[in-house]
Design a protein around this ligand. Structure first.
Ligand code: SAM
Length: 340
């Protein structure tokens, strides 16, 4: 009798990246830079608390692509490029092309402040980027200037350019803050409905010290109690079946509005996210301290198996629930450093 030869695999088939609580890690947010061309004060640490990393400490595109390849082999199918502002990193379409070339990514998106989007939208789409989220905290150009240091008209042109080249669906992210821009919720909803965009309101997270979070925080539950918001929603309940972190409602005038509640109703239960910081740190929880250093490992000449082991460890140490520290010190990483 002939016995079928035993086949040896270089490694056992991997069950993918599943954490201790059964959550499959399939989504990686990659920060390509910790620099930004805007100055949103809730995102950037106060002067004196932080300086952006020296360029040579940031991952090269080749290093990012190698890490992403290992991640996709472990089951990551969705990648979002972020920062800092991803579009201040020169030649970003080249990285997009490298990621597309991995062949396993089903959703390749970018979060941007939109200021440089009009200039780069075509090249990004041609390279294979699928869609963009654009941050927009105000539709009033003076206020926008004051909050971000940027120009509203450029962002609106960026959104238009993204639409022209098909980087859709376009989602607009807005951090609503009490006494800062919460009066603009109705105008932002009307804007999104008119322009056929998906708007998402996000609760302010205490990501840096000196943020005055207590005064500025506006819970989504409070927002939803406002007449001028409620009257713009169609129906009494959110839409069922969304895969996103947001709870979406249809709007009366068209389009959708989503509410993201990291503070008032955590969504850790279904968290499938990993984050790669621009300087090569792998994190499995946004607020939790501690990240695993991939950059030094790569630069020390590691094997793919060693990178794989770091991913498995990141999944292993992912906490069940992410807890925000309200009195975090200067050493705590803020959004611009982690990648939002
Ligand atoms: N520069 C890009 C942008 O503006 O979209 C990408 C990076 S930015 C860090 C990503 C998102 O994080 C933005 O939508 C920003 O509003 C959000 N963000 C930053 N700090 C935050 C905070 N403390 N609370 C809630 N959202 C925050």
């Amino acid at each position: 009798m002939r016995v079928a030869p035993i086949r040896f695999f270089s490694r056992p088939p991997t069950p993918g990246l599943v954490d201790r609580f059964g959550r499959r890690q399939s989504y990686m947010r990659i920060s390509v830079t910790d620099r930004c061309n805007m100055r949103c004060d809730y995102c950037r640490p106060s002067a004196g608390d932080w300086r952006s990393e020296a360029r040579e400490r940031l991952l090269s595109f080749e290093e990012i692509a190698r890490i992403a390849r290992v991640a996709t082999e472990l089951g990551v199918t969705k990648i979002r490029l972020t920062g800092g502002e991803p579009l201040v990193r020169r030649d970003l379409p080249r990285l997009v092309g490298m990621l597309v070339g991995l062949g396993r990514i089903r959703d390749l998106a970018m979060t941007t402040n939109g200021a440089l989007l009009a200039r780069h939208a075509r090249a990004l789409a041609d390279a294979g980027l699928m869609r963009v989220n654009v941050s927009l905290d105000s539709l009033n150009s003076l206020r926008f200037q004051r909050l971000t240091g940027g120009e509203l008209s450029g962002v609106l042109r960026g959104i238009e350019a993204a639409r022209r080249v098909g980087l859709e669906p376009i989602k607009i992210n807005c951090v609503l803050m009490r006494g800062v821009n919460d009066d603009e919720a109705p105008a932002l909803m009307d804007f999104a409905a008119r322009e056929g965009l998906t708007l998402r309101f996000i609760e302010l997270m205490p990501m840096k010290r000196g943020l005055d979070w207590n005064r500025r925080y506006l819970g989504i539950d409070q927002l939803l109690r406002r007449d001028e918001v409620r009257m713009r929603l169609a129906g009494k309940r959110p839409l069922a079946g969304s895969q996103d972190v947001a709870r979406y409602w249809a709007m009366r005038n068209g389009g959708m509005v989503g509410f993201i509640t990291p503070m008032s109703a955590r969504f850790c239960e279904g968290c499938n996210r990993l984050r790669l910081t621009a300087d090569g740190g792998l994190r499995s929880c946004l607020p939790a301290d501690g990240q695993l250093n991939l950059r030094d490992l790569l630069r020390g000449g590691c094997t793919d198996d060693e990178i794989r082991a770091v991913f498995l460890r990141a999944a292993l140490i992912k906490p069940e629930i992410g807890i925000y520290e309200f009195d975090a010190g200067a050493e705590k990483r803020s959004m611009i450093q982690i990648g939002g």
